[in-house]
Design a protein around this ligand. Sequence first.
Ligand code: ZN
Length: 412
Amino acid sequence: MNKMNSFGLNVSAIKQNNRSLILKLLRDKGPLSRKDMAVYSGLTPAAVTNIVNEMINQKLLKETGHVSGNGKPGRRRILVDIDKSQKFIIGINIGTKKIALGVSDMDMNLLDYEEIEISDREHPEKLLMSLGNRVLRMLWELNIVKENVIGAGVGIVGSVDPENGKSNFSYGIWNESVNIREILQKQLGVRVVVENNVRALAISEFNLRRYSNVNNLIFVKHGPGLGSAVIVNRHLFYGSTNNAGEIGHMVIEKDGPVCRCGQKGCLEALISTDKIISEVSKKFGKDETPWLFSNRTLDDLKFEDIIQAYEKSDMGVQAVVEKVLDYLVLGITNVMKIFDPEKVILYGIMFKSDKVMKSLLKKIEELTSNTKASSKVEISNLDSKNKVIGGLSLVLERLFYEREAIFNKNNI
Ligand SMILES: [Zn+2]
């Protein structure tokens, strides 16, 4: 998303680029001596020394010790690394049913975490203010001052304009365009980045795995909704209105069930966890779902239970899940045809089941008559219990390592 060109660069942008260069070098190869940083980055030793000293003063970097230069006496060099002990990150995820918030250290280890149910549809500003208050309380309880917070990353479902920090469409969390960044920045007093929740997860996945030879990737998240993010040439692909990759709203069945987006027959409407629970509920009984019937109650049926029943081969569940996988495979393979990615990463409880994955990969092979297609599909290794991981990664990537000018328009 970096829209700067060589004519638009100013001194502070150049300085930011250089800082970003050093931080990324240290992330990937650190700790390093100032001399090595100059060699790797192509910056002059004087420029490196300036940037490094400045960032040491800001407690972003620290000196970690010495190495002796090739065993030659008198050539000891001081090593520098990112100081992960002084700064903190705020992560927020706004889903249709729950909001998750957490504070972590620079390694994304959570220091505090909370999930709140969204009960009544509140006025957006009121909802965000009460969310902000909880974050401020968390920081206060952890004894963290704002000066030591790198920023807050917000992942939210639906259509997001990351450049302006706005949620434009959120499947009913609110019914208008909301400038999340403006409201939260004012309240928290720290910089805020906003992104679609699935794109935030894709950033997390891409950066945590440190892919070196993967340039194109599709990340698919299955849950109460179905979303995807597309990475093309190592950058998120947004499309003309920030809505690229909406795999969940591809129409798969003409005149199919009505989706929460208003269309009929969307992939999401056919395979969301809510849809699966509702379809299995219709079959619930000792004949079609004997394992579920003797181990669970219909009123309290959870998606995890259904996946367990699928593994135990409950006939009724089997039929529902296989049909869901058929639809999902149609969606995934169609998107693969368009973008021709090196990898497709799947995120969601369902994919943790070996039996689900086996069936899904087989269906991809059958549909594409190609074993190579299924070999590209992998399960995400992000911690699915930590719902703010996307938001935390956003802060690291966009406010710490990258500091792209495009996200700095509304500096506070
Ligand atoms: Zn839809």
